[in-house]
Structures are given as structure tokens and as C-alpha cells.
Design a protein around this ligand. Structure first.
Ligand SMILES: Cc1ncc(COP(=O)(O)O)c(C=O)c1O
Length: 372
């Protein structure tokens, strides 16, 4: 659906706020490091589970931000983005017939990953507009139907922008412990969080490091979605299995780019602060136009998406609304129903991973929605 909206946006010359990727350039030092890696002849396979220097740099960065000790020799596997990391995590812990819990709305890959691993997705609603879960519904998912093998946690969350509180994460952790469930986290937006919200790495919760496969990516943090670099961090015994899955899936991530990104992993703390500040400013630009247009939305706490309520426009189908909006307003959204497991047609998703000028141009167009 996201790619379909991109096609429709192109057809009508609309501003594409559907597909979410940064439209700013990566840091110049990182691009230069990429060129240097090519010139240095880094063209052949790296070690399948990641070049030693990249694993060292990742381990150092994870420890700096989370306080978790990480053994780069045994506890990391470098993957082709978090996309592969999540698939590797799923195939590492799940067998055909297992049940895998996940919230809804959700990033579409999770259900597909579960199905590809032969498992069955079990959805737990995050109730709009706050996108909070009902602890009783969550417990039911863990407890019924023979229980879960794994639970997928996307935090900060695409599409709803939630950054789960410590209390919420502790509820998930308690259930994982009680029902002996693995937790597969997707934390690609860990550095795009808006104060006062704070990202808590799930594996840092008491007892959780032993059962968590933490997946993340360099795609969003360094604006290099096309470089395809991510990783799984988990206990050594789990990573030993994950490395086998990864080896058979992709062999490895691009060797010169693995080498280059070490430069970025050594950026100072100020880099991450500026990244969060920039996204906060972009969020505020888009939200200011939504406010002026009188649209209702759920304020994003992290990531770079906003769910907007379109129920007052009287469309029976959010897909139809999204096509109309792309054509007539000139801004392409994603129909919210793409992210929900149950029928839902009240929302669209817009992304603000765009330069301020693009967001202002889109915002001016969105003001036309106010008159309707
Ligand atoms: C929640 C989430 N996970 C993973 C990805 C893909 O990440 P990667 O580029 O690391 O594969 C995205 C991209 O939009 C995402 O939103």
C-alpha cells in the first residue's frame, strides 16, 4: 500500500508523505568513509556475522547508550538492516506452529516474518487515539491458545509514534517472564524520541537481557536506509543460532559499507542530540499545519510518523480518502488500515522525515482540508 501511494503521488505530482525515509543527506564524513572504503579495496565478503571492527564499534555504542555489556565476539550479528534482523530473530526462536504476539497497528513486516517462519501472528490492540494496550488483553494473548513463543515490540513505534513507558514495558517484561516468552524488539527509531519521552532499551529491564533479541539499524540514525545495515544483539547462545540463519539468508551485509559506518558509530553524543532536535523541529512544522487545518491527530512521542483522524470527512474507506487527498490536496498519505489487523478506516499516516521546505509546502496544501 505504501508503494502504491508513492505511485499515485507521482502520477498526480503530489508531495509524498507516505513513504518514510529521510530526505536529508547522510553526514559528509560518513559518505567520505564510504568512498575511502571502496578505494581501500574492501570489495570481498566480510566475515558473515559482521566485520570485527564494526562489531567492536556497535558493542561500544550499545554500551555507551544502554549500559549493557556487549561481547562483540559472541553477542552480535550484523544484518542487512533491521528488516533482516527481525526475520533472523523470528527464525531463530520460532518453529512452525508457534504463536507470535505483536501489537496492532504494527509495522507490516512483523506478521509476514511470523508467517514466513511458519508461525501465527496474534495481535493485541493498541487503542487509538492514545495507542495504549489493555493489560488484560495483553495477558490473554500471552496466556491463551497454548501461549506465545515470542512477542514483537516496536519501540518507538511505527506507525503510531508511541514510546512505551517504563511501566508499560515492565508489564510486557512480567508476562514474558511468567510465560517464558522471547521478546523480539525493533528499535530502529531509538534515537528519534521527543522530550519528555525517553527510549528505554527493553533488554535493560531486570531479567530481560536473557530473553530479548534486540534488533536495530543504522538506516534511520545515520540517514542511510539504502546501505542496508542493521544488527541483532542477544545472549551468545541465541546469537550462535542467529548467525546460522543469517548466513543462509544473506551471507552478509555489504563489506565496504560495514567498514565505513564505523566512522559514524564513533560520532560524539552531540550527533544524536542534533538528530532528535531536527526531527522534533520537523514534527512541530507538520503538526502546526495539522492544527491550523483543524485536524485531529495523536501526537508522536518518537519515530517520524503521525496518525491523523479522518473520520469527519465521511469516507467509508480510508483508501478512497487517501487517493482523493493525493489527487485533490496534493499530499500523499498511507491509509491507516494498512497497519491494523482488524478493520479500521478512521486514520491516515503522514511522515515528517522531510526537509522543512517540503513540510511547509505540504502543510500549505493540507490547509485546504480546513475548508471542508
Ligand atoms: C519499524 C521499522 N522497522 C524496520 C524498518 C526497516 O529498517 P531497515 O532499513 O533497517 O531494514 C522500518 C522502515 O521504515 C521501520 O519503520
Amino acid at each position: 500500500m505504501i508503494r502504491e501511494m508513492t505511485r499515485v503521488a507521482n502520477q498526480h505530482g503530489a508531495i509524498n508523505l507516505a513513504q518514510g525515509f529521510p530526505d536529508s543527506d547522510p553526514p559528509a564524513a560518513l559518505v567520505q568513509a564510504g568512498k575511502d572504503a571502496m578505494d581501500a579495496g574492501r570489495h570481498q565478503y566480510a566475515i558473515t556475522w559482521g566485520s570485527p571492527e564494526l562489531r567492536e564499534a556497535l558493542a561500544g555504542k550499545i554500551t555507551r547508550f544502554t549500559g549493557l555489556p556487549v561481547d562483540p565476539q559472541r553477542e552480535l550479528v550484523v544484518t542487512c538492516g533491521s528488516t533482516e534482523a527481525m526475520m533472523v530473530a523470528m527464525m531463530t526462536v520460532c518453529d512452525p506452529g508457534d504463536r507470535v504476539g505483536m501489537f496492532s497497528p504494527f509495522y507490516e513486516n512483523y506478521a509476514a516474518d511470523a508467517i514466513l517462519a511458519g508461525a501465527t501472528p496474534v495481535h493485541v490492540p493498541l487503542h487509538p487515539p492514545q495507542y495504549r494496550f489493555d493489560p488484560a488483553e495483553l495477558r490473554r494473548a500471552f496466556a491463551t491458545g497454548g501461549g506465545l513463543k515470542a512477542f514483537v515490540l516496536c519501540n518507538p513505534s511505527n506507525p503510531c509514534g508511541r514510546v512505551f513507558t517504563r511501566e508499560e514495558l515492565m508489564q510486557i517484561a512480567a508476562l514474558a517472564e511468567e510465560f517464558d516468552v522471547f521478546v523480539l524488539t525493533d528499535e530502529v527509531y531509538e534515537h528519534i524520541v521527543f522530550p519528555p519521552h525517553e527510549h528505554i532499551t527493553f533488554a535493560t529491564l531486570p531479567g530481560m537481557a536473557a530473553r530479548t533479541l534486540s534488533c536495530s539499524s543504522l538506516s534511520k540514525t545515520f540517514a542511510i536506509t539504502g546501505w542496508r545495515l542493521g544488527y541483532v544483539h542477544a545472549p551468545a547462545a541465541i546469537i550462535a543460532q542467529a548467525r546460522k540463519v543469517h548466513d543462509f539468508l544473506t551471507v552478509g551485509a555489504a563489506a565496504p559499507l560495514q567498514h565505513a559506518v564505523v566512522t559514524a558509530l564513533n560520532f560524539p553524543a552531540s550527533y544524536y542530540q542534533e538528530l532528535a532536535n531536527e526531527y522534533a523541529a520537523q514534527r512541530d512544522i507538520l503538526l502546526s499545519y495539522l492544527d491550523r487545518a483543524g485536524l485531529t491527530y495523536s501526537k508522536p512521542e518518537g519515530a517520524y510518523f503521525v496518525m491523523v483522524d479522518i473520520s469527519t470527512f465521511g469516507y467509508a474507506s480510508d483508501v478512497e480518502f487517501s487517493h482523493w487527498m493525493t489527487r485533490e490536496i496534493g499530499v500523499a498519505p498511507v491509509p491507516g488500515s494498512s497497519f491494523f489487523a482488524h478493520p479500521e478506516n478512521r486514520y491516515i499516516r503522514l511522515n515528517f522525515a522531510k526537509r522543512p521546505a517540503t513540510l511547509h509546502a505540504a502543510g500549505e496544501r493540507l490547509l485546504k482540508l480546513a475548508k471542508r
